[in-house]
Design a binder for this molecule. Structure first.
Ligand SMILES: NC(=O)C1=CN([C@@H]2O[C@H](COP(=O)(O)OP(=O)(O)OC[C@H]3O[C@@H](n4cnc5c(N)ncnc54)[C@H](OP(=O)(O)O)[C@@H]3O)[C@@H](O)[C@H]2O)C=CC1
Ligand SMILES: Nc1c(N[C@@H]2O[C@H](COP(=O)(O)O)[C@@H](O)[C@H]2O)[nH]c(=O)[nH]c1=O
Length: 598
């Protein structure tokens, strides 16, 4: 669906701040000023590409949202497009069609690197054929098997490609990049957490109640807010509630904002003690799936099946199992509209990514009136979950507060896919290389694992050497080293004296989870270097490990952890594989040393 493409001039100083900055610098350095203007213009067009991409939210699932803006050499918008639904024309094709001849020598702005799922390079070809000279990309594709492919293809066709955060930096660029992350947060979070992007939404009174003590809840929020909820539903693949909300509210859970995407409805009920008559059993608009405990009320299951309702049984009915199941069915995003009981279970099991709380200026009171989140087992305020990227918005008379419970995982720094690996290790040939997987210590190449029982000697801050029983012991302890707190110091000692690498990992991870304030503030920026130094020591002092590492020359090394998507490669290669990457880097360095010494 191409949008109309009036040739419109876009200002290169869109905000007062950037304008002021541009003016100050122009006095000193014209070249710098031009650069700043280009950056500001790039940021404006990328934000527009993200805005366009967002138009099809809910329709492209489980694919990403793509938007494209084509600008002429002078920065005027010549054409725009966005992917309307999966299988329809790519955004880049639509934008190029809309721009026609105006795209010659122009710049294309993409919120995300095209994925080329079909292998026809349709997006890349469209830009090449349109005569585009420069492509600015908000984000690399978040899925590892697609990441970097289109960027490489564009560059090999001679187009200049600039990726935000890699080739372009600065405040405006970072903000533009954030808008690209937000548009595809569901895809990015889903890929990293292997559950659908889950949003918990509730409406509460000013005194924190989601219903009166009688259970009556219609309505807390205003009509305007409820219309907004219809939009949220329209962006989701499914809306989920617990059995009690079905019994109490008899909800419909449809998106009634006119013509939008209609989400599936899911009911989670252990007892299956649900009414025979319910709005959710009427699927004239959309179907309902009931998920339950294996063996629950078989006759009622048959009754639901006779009405055309799908029933799925689980051995253990908990939010994580249910979400993993829907992830495997291809669901991209789920809106939780349950009460506090199920909301607490969902938060505890770590599946909720984002929260939308509508706060109505009303007070209902009631000691036993339900609240949005039930028991989480926390006893001190320091344990409270802090929302990230919080937004406050007035909706009618209500206030909508939204924010992330987990940060959107960052797909940069870029871990190369198999054919990019040769850039870190030239012994690896792009197309014919073998992949060596390692994970558990008893596997072939298991000695590559950080849990292998190879002690290392590492210097502390004052240069004194200490022995650590494994790389894992050292790595876990470094999270808390230098933190001026007796609990952190005890933690370091406990990790150091842990009897096994598993125990060291357990202590380190649970301290990090439960007391994140004890983790050194620079941890995220130093952890790769910490790991690199520990590995370098391990593979330097044990000659047989060094030989084993060198014997893998030419192969890609992947830590086959299905869970650790940072150090490991993930279940389907979606992990960043930093551990494998460091091993390949070390291998390359050791090989280089042996060539120079021979
Ligand atoms: N204002 C608002 O935004 C909202 C208000 N409400 C109000 O909240 C009240 C209902 O709250 P609440 O009772 O907490 O309802 P929930 O929607 O949280 O339902 C709880 C039920 O979920 C089912 N369930 C399935 N698996 C689990 C699990 N692993 N852990 C926990 N529960 C599970 C059980 O159903 P079963 O018993 O069938 O086995 C359980 O009784 C009502 O008064 C309703 O009006 C509800 C939603 C939103
Ligand atoms: N009470 C309440 C909400 N309650 C939620 O909305 C459901 C009813 O949806 P429907 O039947 O489709 O209109 C209900 O079961 C519960 O999940 N939502 C809100 O935005 N504001 C409100 O005040």
């Amino acid at each position: 669906m191409a949008l109309s493409s009036p040739l419109m001039r876009v200002s290169c100083s869109p905000t007062p701040a950037s304008a002021a900055a541009a003016t100050t610098r122009s006095n000193n350095n014209n070249k710098n000023n031009n650069f700043l203007c280009t950056h500001a213009l790039d940021a404006v067009h990328i934000r527009r590409a993200a805005e366009l991409a967002d138009k099809s939210s809910g329709f492209t699932s489980p694919h990403p949202n793509f938007g494209c803006v084509i600008a002429t050499q002078s920065g005027k918008v010549a054409g725009e497009g966005f992917l309307y639904a999966q299988g329809t024309k790519p955004a880049e094709v639509l934008a190029a069609e809309a721009a026609g001849n105006f795209s010659r020598r122009g710049t294309a702005y993409l919120n995300m690197e095209p994925g080329d799922c079909h292998g026809d390079h349709a997006a890349v070809s469209a830009l090449v054929q349109a005569g585009i000279e420069r492509v600015v990309i908000g984000l690399r594709h978040p899925l590892q098997h697609l990441r970097g492919n289109s960027i490489r293809a564009l560059r090999s066709e001679g187009l200049q490609v600039h990726v935000l955060g890699e080739d372009l930096n600065g405040k405006l660029i970072e903000e533009a990049r954030k808008s690209c992350l937000l548009v595809n947060a569901p895809l990015i979070c889903r890929a990293a957490s292997r559950v659908p992007f889950s949003v918990l939404k509730y409406a509460m009174t000013l005194d924190g109640k989601i219903a009166a003590s009688s259970g009556h809840a219609s309505w807390i929020s205003s009509r305007t807010s409820r219309n907004r909820v219809f939009e949220l539903r329209g962006r989701s693949d499914a809306v989920i509630v617990g059995g009690n909300t079905v019994r109490r509210d008899n909800p419909r859970l449809t998106a009634r904002h006119g013509g939008g995407h209609m989400p599936m409805r899911i009911v989670m009920s252990q007892t299956l003690d649900l009414p025979d008559e319910a709005n959710l059993w009427d699927f004239s608009d959309v179907s309902t799936i009931v998920v339950t405990q294996r063996g629950a009320r078989k006759r009622f299951q048959k009754f639901l099946a006779s009405k055309g309702i799908e029933v799925v049984e689980f051995d253990i009915l908990n939010p994580r199992e249910v979400m993993e199941y829907f992830h495997d069915r291809g669901y991209l995003s789920v809106l939780w509209e349950c009460g506090g009981t199920l909301a607490a279970a969902a938060i505890s099991s770590g599946v909720i990514h984002k929260v939308f709380a509508f706060v109505a200026p009303k007070i209902i009171g009631g000691k036993n009136a339900p609240t949005p989140v039930g028991e989480l087992g926390m006893v001190e305020m320091s344990q409270a979950l802090d929302l990230i990227d919080v937004c406050y918005e007035q909706v009618g008379p209500d206030m909508l507060i939204s924010g992330f419970l987990q940060p959107i995982p960052d797909a940069t720094p870029v871990i190369p896919s198999v054919d990019e690996t040769y850039e870190i290790d030239p012994t690896v040939t792009p197309y014919e290389s073998r992949i060596i997987f390692f994970y558990k210590t008893w596997d072939p190449y298991g000695a590559f694992s950080n849990f292998s029982p190879h002690a290392i000697k590492m210097p502390d801050a004052s240069g004194d050497y200490a022995t650590w029983l494994s790389v894992e012991h050292y790595y876990q302890a470094q999270k808390f080293v230098g933190v001026d707190d007796p609990v952190a110091r005890d933690g370091v000692e406990n990790i150091k004296s842990a009897k096994s690498p598993e125990e060291a990992a357990r202590i380190g991870r649970s301290m990090q989870r439960q007391q994140p304030d004890l983790v050194r503030s620079d941890w995220e920026s130093v952890k790769i270097e910490v790991m690199y130094r520990a590995l370098k020591c391990k593979f330097s002092i044990y000659p047989h490990l060094n030989s084993m590492l060198l014997s893998t020359a030419g192969s890609v090394i992947v830590e086959a952890s299905p869970h650790d998507l940072f150090w490991g490669g993930g279940r389907d290669g979606e992990g960043l594989n930093y551990l494998g990457r460091l091993l390949m880097q070390l291998r390359s360095e050791f090989l280089g040393e042996s060539y120079t010494s021979s």
